[in-house]
Design a protein around this ligand. Structure first.
Ligand SMILES: Cc1cc2nc3c(=O)[nH]c(=O)nc-3n(C[C@H](O)[C@H](O)[C@H](O)COP(=O)(O)OP(=O)(O)OC[C@H]3O[C@@H](n4cnc5c(N)ncnc54)[C@H](O)[C@@H]3O)c2cc1C
Length: 393
């Protein structure tokens, strides 16, 4: 019998497969797509730290960036810039493929066109039912890792609950003229409660996208038309893709012989919807706990609970602060956001934050708390009440 079945060959499932196969365990990845490396609705922005920490192949990097232009609802511009590289834009299709290839090289088997329909946990094994090219097949292993991304029904079937708050991400590849910096657009007319973006990937191409709780298609077409009018987008035909993003985790991310990881576990930054880094961090923790549990032949819920304890210890407070900030931001009017822009630039808060260690591409919590504790901000909001669980300075 195999040791581990991984449901989903996205970057997070492939990373768990790579780590466990590399330790000598028998791993099979069940992926519903026909192959990896197709188009994925994702901008692929990750930090240089993420790239090096998880040994991501340099060949998937399209561009490295150290600045961004942020537009307030009324069009006021703030340029964020740091001397050193802040982010890498990766080719998401090539990334998925290279992560899968690395897992295969480490010894993992991949079964494509294999959507998992159900998972049954027995005393000594898990059994997954797979519909492979119209034929029902069963795969068995000692444990299963659910890495099936947004909206997966599988954790719910196993009684682990559904991932929480969800939004829609929209994105399209466009031809561009004279855009060489990431641009971020705020305001209710662009993406209510969220933001839109234009991310140049090569000299002539960029990704346009946005997040929204409602009518993502409407706002997406509007954003593209506006960028066309500004001469930033020059494509006539644009084909947006849409995908959900989970902003909060399900009730539980483990069970007997089961671990949930990545987007399926809501391991996503609630501020931006970015899930690659947090998913990979959690995948590393999952692999560590599974290794110990397999070695001791103890895959009980009590044993695998250690996985959730550890990832929540590392990410829990960050996710809570970012989710609090997200809900706070969603309630702001365009006028208030513009005023915040003014306060930030007039008081040099942007410069101070850029110089501070607390501002990091991957970790937003400390910078959010620092910003909220600025006296000018508190005065403006008539004292921002930070939740008591954030703790004193
Ligand atoms: C518009 C948009 C932009 C984004 N931009 C960024 C960004 O710039 N940076 C960032 O870090 N994150 C970004 N994200 C989020 C990022 O894409 C996800 O966090 C990341 O893909 C999570 O990886 P995953 O492996 O958990 O899930 P996925 O990438 O969704 O992979 C899940 C895999 O499981 C397979 N699968 C699903 N169900 C089954 C089943 N029943 N049986 C078999 N296989 C199954 C799917 O086919 C898929 O291959 C963005 C998301 C969106 C929507």
């Amino acid at each position: 019998m195999r040791d581990i079945l991984v449901v989903g060959g996205g970057p997070i499932g492939s990373y768990v497969a790579f780590r466990l196969a590399g330790m000598g365990y028998g791993v099979a990845v069940l992926e519903q797509k026909e192959k990896m490396g197709g188009r994925v609705c994702c901008t692929g922005i990750i930090s240089p730290e993420c790239l090096s920490a998880f040994g991501i192949d340099d060949s998937v990097v399209l561009r490295r960036v150290n600045s961004a232009r942020i537009f307030s609802p009324s069009g006021r511009l703030t340029r964020l810039w740091r001397g050193e590289e802040q982010a890498c834009i990766i080719d998401r299709a090539a990334f998925d493929l290279s992560m899968a290839e690395r897992a295969i090289d480490a010894g993992a088997e991949y079964h494509f066109s294999s959507p998992v329909r159900s998972i049954t946990v027995k005393d000594d094994r898990v059994v997954t039912e797979v519909a492979q090219n119209g034929t029902g097949l069963e795969f068995e292993a000692r444990a299963v890792v659910i890495a099936s991304g947004f909206g997966s029904r599988l954790p719910g079937i196993l009684g682990l609950g559904k991932a929480g708050d969800c939004v829609v991400g929209a994105q399209a590849e466009v031809a561009t003229a004279s855009v060489d910096e990431i641009e971020v657009y705020m305001g209710r007319e662009v993406a209510p409660g969220f933001f839109g973006w234009l991310v140049p990937t090569t000299q002539k191409k960029a990704l346009v996208g946005l997040l929204s709780r409602r009518r993502a298609d409407f706002y997406m077409r509007k954003l593209i038309s506006s960028l066309r009018e500004q001469g930033k987008v020059i494509s006539d035909e644009v084909e947006p893709g849409y995908r959900g993003i989970t902003l909060s985790p399900p009730k539980r991310t483990y069970g007997g012989r089961v671990i949930v990881v990545g987007d399926a576990a809501g391991q996503v930054k609630p501020t931006t919807g970015g899930g690659i880094y947090l998913g990979l961090l959690s995948a590393e923790i999952a692999a560590k706990h599974l290794k110990q549990a397999l070695e001791d032949d103890d895959l009980s819920p009590g044993r695998l609970a250690g996985y959730e304890r550890e990832w929540k210890k590392k990410l829990g407070q960050e996710l809570k602060i970012c989710y609090w900030a997200r809900r706070f931001y969603e309630k702001l009017s365009d006028k208030k956001i513009d005023q915040i822009f003014d306060i930030i630039t007039a008081n040099g808060i942007d410069e101070a934050l850029l110089k501070a260690d607390s501002l990091s591409f991957d970790w937003h919590g400390r910078a959010i708390v620092k910003l909220a504790r600025q006296k000018v901000m508190s005065r403006f909001f008539n004292i921002i009440r930070l939740p008591s669980w954030i703790g004193a300075e």
